[in-house]
Design a protein around this ligand. Structure first.
Ligand code: AMP
Ligand code: MG
Length: 403
């Protein structure tokens, strides 16, 4: 019956063909986590920048050989952050701390746990190896070396790493600005009294939250009644701001579902509409093309679970692509089913699942208006189109949710 619909695989392919990278922008390193680097990074300095101690203890210089077990302790000490040009004479030691700059001619650092000091003589209780507990200047990175490649994902360590090189600003691929248009006469804002026939708006909150987790900072939300003119005005306002517009609701075939009509009448190129999947069959994807500026438009069917399934399967990959990621779709793995799945549809069915070791449990309450199972889910089981029954013990395809 749904034969005219595009398949999930077909929709994914069309989606991918229409994606692109946004332009690189220079931003503070502090705000750059979860971005893709838009430039190669060359280290402006050696790392470590100077030879220093890896331990709290004593820097020693051998007199003749590394068999020596006692040293003449110099007065004073070198603390982390100190700058003292101390030169050790043969057979001498000086107190140092982790990170202290070392005298140029120190042979090793002995940990304080392995020494005894008596009458200004340092007795070492364990054999010392030359170079032991010394972090040498440039041993990790040489000044001028390419340390991070364009296209690298910046994780928190990446941010710290850029900072250890003293870098404050970095070129990254810009993340998209997203405008969410929530439609529905029935929607009430949480916190307000719920009148007969109304429901609380869930989608603006779930979408806002998932966008925040992806690291999208520029998000606008507009809640609009099922009124063609109002939705049209909202759409043009969204176009001024957004790289991606997300409609929630109003894309089905009901008489008050105006979004499809709007897309047809305005200058939006439909890439696909309606996918052979459950939930989220009425999903719409189009492009507003203004010469060199392209904006992606997704209309997500309003049921709260459909919204999120469509988000994870289509919008999340699109955001990743625009943000410069190469690997955009949810990771797919195989897991062993813990329960039979009886399919009531010939469409591909995404079921909320919970993973445990090699197994996946299809959760109860899978209907598209139900969110409770989604709150426990870490994955979507992909039940293929033309299968009626997936049996317990069978290996099934599973998409891993990122959050
Ligand atoms: P629609 O896609 O507009 O036909 O909506 C499908 C179903 O989702 C209806 O039962 C709506 O009441 C519900 N729905 C639409 N938008 C939201 C929303 N923002 N929050 C919760 N439920 C919604
Ligand atoms: Mg509606």
């Amino acid at each position: 019956m749904d034969n005219y619909l595009i398949t999930f695989e077909g929709a994914k392919k069309l989606l991918e063909e229409n994606l692109f990278n946004l332009e690189p922008v220079k931003i503070p390193v502090k705000s750059a986590v979860s971005h893709i680097l838009g430039e190669d990074i060359y280290s402006p300095l050696d790392l470590p920048p100077f030879t220093n101690s890896a331990m709290d203890g004593y820097a020693v210089r051998f007199e003749k050989s590394d068999k020596e077990m006692s040293f003449k302790l110099r007065k004073g000490e070198i603390k982390a952050g100190d700058y003292k040009k101390i030169k050790l004479r043969p057979g001498e030691a000086v107190k140092v701390f982790t990170g202290s700059p070392l005298p140029l001619n120190a042979d090793a650092v002995v940990m304080k746990e392995f020494v005894e000091v008596k009458n200004n003589i340092l007795y070492v209780k364990q054999q010392i190896k030359k170079g032991e507990n010394i972090r040498f200047k440039g041993e990790e990175i040489k000044k001028g070396e390419k340390v991070l490649k364009k296209g690298t994902y910046l994780n928190p360590a990446g941010i710290g790493f850029l900072s250890t090189m003293g870098i404050r600003e970095v070129k990254v691929i810009r993340k998209p600005r997203v405008y969410i248009i929530i439609t529905g006469n029935e929607l009430t804002e949480p916190g307000k009294k719920l009148k007969e026939g109304k429901i609380y708006d869930a989608n603006s909150f779930s979408l806002y939250s998932v966008l925040k987790l992806i690291g999208i900072k520029e998000i606008k939300i507009k809640i609009i009644k099922d009124d063609f003119e109002k939705i049209k005005r909202g759409f043009y306002k969204a176009l001024e701001f957004a790289d991606i517009i997300l409609f929630s609701g109003g894309i089905s075939v009901g008489e008050y579902d105006f979004v499809r009509d709007l897309m047809k009448r305005e200058r939006v190129k439909t890439i696909f509409y309606k996918v052979k999947q459950k939930p989220g069959k009425p999903l719409y994807f189009g492009i507003f093309d203004e010469g060199n500026i392209k904006k992606l438009i997704f209309a997500l069917p309003g049921n709260p679970a459909s919204v999120l399934v469509c988000f994870y399967e289509y919008v999340y990959p699109a955001i990743k692509a625009l943000s410069g990621f190469k690997d955009i779709f949810l990771p797919e793995r195989k897991f062993i089913l813990l329960k039979d799945i009886k399919k009531k549809t010939d469409r591909l069915w995404f079921l909320k699942g919970k993973l445990k070791n090699d197994f996946v449990l299809p959760l109860d309450f899978q209907e598209s208006h139900m969110l409770s199972s989604f709150t426990k889910a870490d994955s979507l089981i992909v039940a293929p189109r033309n299968k009626k029954l997936l049996k317990k013990g069978e290996k099934v395809k599973v998409h891993l949710l990122p959050f």
